[in-house]
Structure formats: C-alpha cells, structure tokens
Write a protein that binds this ligand. Sequence first.
Ligand code: PGA
Length: 269
Amino acid sequence: MSGSRKIYLGTNTKMYKNIRQTVDFVTRLETLTKDIPRDRLELFVIPSYTTLAAARKSVPETDILIGAQNMCWEDQGQFTGEISPLMLEEVGVNLVMIGHSERRHVFRENDAEENRKILAALKHGFVPLLCVGETGEEKEYGIAEEVIRTQLKVGFRGVPAEQAGKVMVAYEPVWAIGVNGKPASEDYAEKIHALIHRTLAEQFGREQGEKIPVLYGGSVNDGNAEKLIVMPHIDGLFIGRSAWDADHFNSIIRKVMPLFFQKSGTEGD
Ligand code: PGA
C-alpha cells in the first residue's frame, strides 16, 4: 500500500525476555515514542506468551499493540501445549503473528495450518500478521516468487475481501533472519514486496488488497533501515535483534519516519 499515511514498525522478541524485561522494554518504548502521533505510526511488540498479560497491562493499546507469537485455530480441545484464541482474548492481545519462519522451519508448520490460524484470528477480532518468505535453497532454485505466492494464496484462502483491511503481511526471507542471516538488498526486497502487493490485489481486488501493509523483516539494523524504508512498496519494518533495546529501536523509528513520509508525499512529524 504505497502512499500510506501510516508506517508500521514492530518487533518480535522471540524466546528472549522474561516478564520483568518485557515490561521494562515496552514501558520504556512507550515513554520514548509517546510524542509520535499514532495516526502516523502503528507500533507493535510481540513478546513471549508468559509475558503477554503483564505487557498488555503496562502500556495503553493506543500506543503499542501487543501480539502473540502463535495461536491454535481451535477455541478449546485436546491440543496439549497450544494456546487458544479465547485465552489470548482474555489477556487482551491485539495481534497474532502467524507463520513466522521459525514456526514454519523449526516446528514444521505448513500453509494449510497457517490458513486455519488466520481465519480463527479474524473470527476473534485479532489482527493477523502473516509472515512469508523463501528459504535460501528456494531462492537459489529461482522459485522464491512461486513460494511466496503459494504462502499468500493458501494462507489467506477463504478470507473475504472486506476483511482484507484487517490483516498485515511481513516478508521475511528465511536466509535473512537471525544471527546467521544476511539482510536482503533493498532492490531485492522491493522486487518481492511489489510481487506481494500484486498478489494481494489479485486475491482481494485492487482496492482491498492495497489496504494491506507489507513489512520487511530479516536483519534490519541501523545501517539498512533507511535504505529499505524508502523503497516504494515497503510499508514498514519488522525487526528482531536491532529492536530489543528500546532506545535503539526508538532511534531507528526516528530515522525512518521522515523518510517514509517523504516517500509517501505527506509530511512527517
Ligand atoms: P532479525 O529477526 O531482525 O533478528 O533477523 C527478524 C525476525 O525473525 O522477525
């Protein structure tokens, strides 16, 4: 959704940060970013399950959306070790991340499962954040575009066009994520983001498809955030390691916001 008036910036803290560390992090982040009008910025944090209740209580949801890292598609049942949408509702979670690369590749989740989770998240009023991205091997085989189109088409299967405005997408090439990751070049990311926007327009129709923000994630850092955010089809950044210190995250936010609004042709604050 190029031309967007809002930038999307968020972090997944993975299996790091206990309750106290998470509360300190979101509280500090809220203090540091309080002056930024939220009609310009959608800021979200996705911490581990055990910290969700405390995180949600410690900052207003108008300032920071709190998300879960995964969710079961069923409300209840014989699903040992899973977390139900009803349980997340009870905690007041706003967003649910679905299909993060580590869920797909370490825990072997597939597109059909991600689809059931997307539908359940929408049913319960959460914003689903669908993560897509090809592995290094798929990129080498030249099938990145096919893989990503499949992840989108199966992942959003059965989502009515009028609900498209409620979902978000993160493009996170598997080879770019984490300590061994190599960030995608801005040109490569732009090419895939344009493909994602085209596929979403195909799926939901142009008008509805354009409402879906597509964020880039995978080794975003101080050095590349500015280059990525100026690309026409990148609507935000989904950051791991470089955002886990609130002051550092805030400095990235301050750097990218004016560039994003220059690109969108609207003035930043
Ligand atoms: P990274 O993580 O920024 O540490 O590479 C990204 C992610 O897994 O979402």
